[in-house]
Write a protein that binds this ligand. Structure first.
Ligand code: AHM
Ligand code: MG
Length: 280
């Protein structure tokens, strides 16, 4: 696993430079989810592929920016699912973005996840790795990631990050969110799931939701590269992750680009989600 974390660290340093100085324009390609790829998405994907090609324990990779899984080392043990540059359209407006990685053994699905790593490119570059617990690392001036602390959520937080088009919310989702705000929670939502979830993890808790809506009945966020890895991080940080009714890590992805509604948070907020959604 250490060799994978080292490869992510090397890729992160290269991606950070690409974000700072690279071309922020669009390419002429459309990815599997129907988004026109930015040149930065493609460049980040290639950097990660190059770094993972040096790691013989990685059997194959599945990227949000590739149509199909790609074999790297026939005898490798791990399959890595990743979103090379999540929230890439926010680079234009100079907000934080991130890379997300899920490490699977045997098959790329929730029951086989053994680690999750993400990197936040913000005013500082940070990496979070969840294996048995959740460790925060920060890039120092000498170009190496130094451990800062172990991340643990409180039972209850104060932040509410509410995603998706509100006019497409179900009435019960709206009721849930209104009740949470009525309790005094503060709105925090940048539109980048990496910094939004990182904020909840570091500020002790809260709720991030990306529900099913009339325009996206299966949600927007992808199981293999976004939802499973963050569900793993939240559980290891003593929080929880559900799709409204079920635990995320009990779900099964049938296709590599499948999406799901998702809620990540500390226990109190996730209890509220389950109570409200159980009525419908
Ligand atoms: P991307 O992978 O195309 O960058 O999209 C994922 C992003 C997430 O980071 C974020 O939580 C979500 O899309 C925001 O979507 P919305 O603007 O619909 O709330
Ligand atoms: Mg993404």
């Amino acid at each position: 696993m250490k060799e994978i974390i080292d490869a992510v660290s090397r890729a992160a340093i290269r991606i950070k430079k690409t974000i700072e100085f690279g071309d922020t324009g669009y390419s002429s390609h459309i990815n599997k989810t129907g988004d026109t790829q930015l040149k930065l998405d493609i460049a980040s994907d290639l950097i990660i592929e190059e770094e993972f090609s040096k790691v013989t324990s990685i059997k194959s990779i599945i990227s949000e920016e590739k149509e199909e899984a790609k074999t790297l080392h026939e005898n490798g043990k791990y399959i890595v699912g990743y979103d090379p540059l999540d929230g890439s359209s926010l680079v234009d407006v100079n907000l934080a973005v991130g890379s997300i990685f899920a490490v699977y053994e045997k098959e790329a699905n929730a029951n086989s996840i053994v680690a999750a790593i993400y990197v936040v490119y913000g005013p500082r570059t940070e990496m979070v790795a969840a294996i048995d617990d959740v460790k925060l690392y920060r890039l120092d001036e000498n170009g190496s990631f130094k451990e800062v602390k172990t991340i643990k959520l409180n039972e209850k937080g104060k932040l509410n990050a509410t995603g998706a088009t509100q006019k497409g919310w179900t009435p019960y989702h709206k009721k849930l969110i209104d009740e949470i705000f009525a309790e005094g929670y503060r709105l925090r939502y940048s539109g980048g799931m990496v910094p939004d979830l990182h904020q909840i993890l570091l500020k002790g808790g809260g709720l991030f939701s990306y529900p099913a809506t009339t325009d996206t009945p299966k949600g927007k966020l992808r199981l293999l590269f976004e939802v499973f890895p963050f569900a793993f991080v939240f559980e290891k940080a003593l929080g929880a992750a559900v799709d409204g009714k079920k635990r995320i890590l009990d779900l099964h992805a049938s296709h590599i680009h499948d999406t799901s509604p998702c809620f990540f948070g500390s226990h109190e907020e996730i209890k509220k989600v389950l109570n409200e959604y159980a009525k419908h």
